[in-house]
Each structure stands twice: as structure tokens, then as C-alpha cells.
Design a protein around this ligand. Sequence first.
Ligand code: GN1
Ligand code: MG
Length: 368
Amino acid sequence: MKAALMAKKFDVAGRLVTVESTGSGNVNDTYTAIFRTTFSEERFILQRINKRVFPRPDFIMENLRVITGHVHKQLEDEADRADRIWQLPRIIRAKGGLDYAVDGDEEYWRAISLIASAHSYEHVQGLEHACEAGIVLGQFQRLISDVPTADLHDSLPGFHITPSYFQKLDDALKTAEGQARLNSVSEAQYCLKFIEQRREWSHILENAKEKGELQMRPIHGDPKIANIMIDDATGKGTCIVDLDTVKPGLIHYDFGDCLRSCCNPAGEETKDLSSVVFDTDLCASIIRGYMIHARDFLTPADKAYLYDSIRLITFELGLRFFADFIAGDVYFKTRYEGQNLHRARVQLKLTESIETRENLIRKVLENA
Ligand code: GN1
Ligand code: MG
């Protein structure tokens, strides 16, 4: 098995016991590897980076080096004042000294330490869990806020630039296969109509960036609930994982993504569309947690765009899943036929729910 072979390329003491496929990622392949010596055991996370999505895996690893180095130092400095033990995985080097290993098919593999005695969840568990997700995101954004954006690569060009996903959709719709997929089910035509009605508005954050109202900063890029680790012993958030998308961006991409994920208790893969709603109590709880650390770095202009970011990033993920369905599932991994169309319908339903609750959400934000 390729993963077992690659696990042995990393600098870990002992002999390999098992490598098991873990994680629910839509892009990379993730495994947990166990190594044992006569008297101890080490578990770590092994991943194959999806080169179809990430054209420069070396850029991801360089960003990870910069970010983990910076955050580990800062966490050490602040440890005595902190209300909990904060963690962040470290890179485990390959035996040759590089931060990754390349296999015979030119695929990139990397290893990172496992956060032990902590778990993440696919679905939000309740108000306390939501609040912890907000705290963890605010803390992470604060910790990386003084990393100069010039020190980070753009490891995924176009990521969270909503108009760029319209381009992908338009290109896919120009092909005969794309048209056939669109015409194969009425739900696809309904999605397209919903998406088209929001084409002009989808520039809102990019316009604000161009006007100089919003600034580029280091961001996480993917702070969904499944990437928030909760300490088994205390129930408190201990770290955020999945650092592949850490790069310069708008903090709004993170904020919007965290809320679209954590305020939908039905989850991204539910089959019951009627259960998909944006829960405003969960929203208030996340924002309360987020503001503890974010209050210090948010400007009035940042605050003015928070509602739009929730609506936009939810809509954007619906558009991304839909464009991928039309393109023939070339980006997100799928387990069944039509899964990306189904995922798109969930996110677009959630967008509708956010739009319906706009006044309520804006009130929550005003009082934050
Ligand atoms: C992808 O691979 P994973 O599950 O960490 C995607 C995110 C989406 C997410 C939705 C690089 O993340 O942007 O929000 O799926 N990551 C990339 O579950 O596109
Ligand atoms: Mg990810």
C-alpha cells in the first residue's frame, strides 16, 4: 500500500504498526499512521496533497513552516496568561530533511503531528460548541495577524474570489458535457437560476478590497466545524487544523465560512433539504466567542461587511459545488453520482435561509 510505504519516509522513531485512512476531507487523502518502539508509540497524520487542486504543494509546506513557527513561538510566550493549553500541529520532516516526500508518481506527501486527546465533529453539537468554534477562529486569526502577507505564497490562486468560480461555471457550461449535465435534472436548472440572480452581487467583497475598504491579511481559509479540535478533557477548543489554505486573503472569507458551517446543524451532506436552516442562536454564540479575540483587530469597515461575508461564502460554496457538478466532478471528491449537485443544493438552501434572516443576523452583529 502506497500510504504505508510513504509513512516510512518520515523521520519518526520505531516501526510502522498501521496506516489507516481517516478524515472526511473533500480534497486531500488523509491517514493516521502508528509507529512503535520497544517502550513508546507515536501517531501522526499522513496526507497526500491533491495536486489537481494545489498546483504547488511546496508552497503549502512553506506557508505551513512560516505559520507554525510563528504561532508556536507566540503560544509559548503567552502560555502563562492563557485560559487553556492552546495547540497547533507541527511538521514532521521527511528523512532527507525536506518538509515533504515525493512518490514515484510525482505525488506529494507530508506528515504532521496529531493533536491527541481531542476531537473534531462533522456537525455542530450545540451553543457551547459553536462558541468554542468562534473562540478558536478569533484566536487563530489574532495569532497570525502580524505575519507579513509578503511572507506567504498564494498557494491556491483564486481561492474565495467568488467571481472566479463564475468563470469556472461559465467555462463548464460551454461544453456539450456540461450542457448535458445541466439538462439531465430539473434541480440543476433551478440551481443555475438561483446562482444567476446573484451574479452581480457576488463581487461585493472583491469590490470592497479594490476600493481599499478591506485589506488582505493572513487567513486560515477553511475554518469549518470539522477543522476545530475540541479538548476531550475540558470541552474547550484547543486548536484549528487543516492549514493547507493558510495564505493572504480577507478575514471575511474565514468568518463567513465558519458561520456557514457552524450554523447549519444538518451538515453539508444531509439528504433532507427541509432540515437545512441557518440557526441564528448558534450564530450569536459563535460571534460572542469570535469577538473575544477579534475585537482587537476588526476595523469599522471590516464589521460593515460581516453579514455579506456569511451570505457570500455560503453562496460561493454552493456555486463551487454546482460548477464542479457541471464540470464532471474534477475538484471535490465524490462517493456517489450527483453528490456535488446535492451538496450545492444544501448550500444554496442555506443561502436562502441566511437571506430570509438578514435583519436578525445584522442585529446580532450590531450588538456584538
Ligand atoms: C474543501 O478538503 P476539505 O474538506 O478540507 C474545500 C473547502 C470547502 C470544504 C467544504 C482547498 O475542504 O474550501 O469549504 O471542502 N477546500 C479546498 O467541505 O477547496
Ligand atoms: Mg481544507
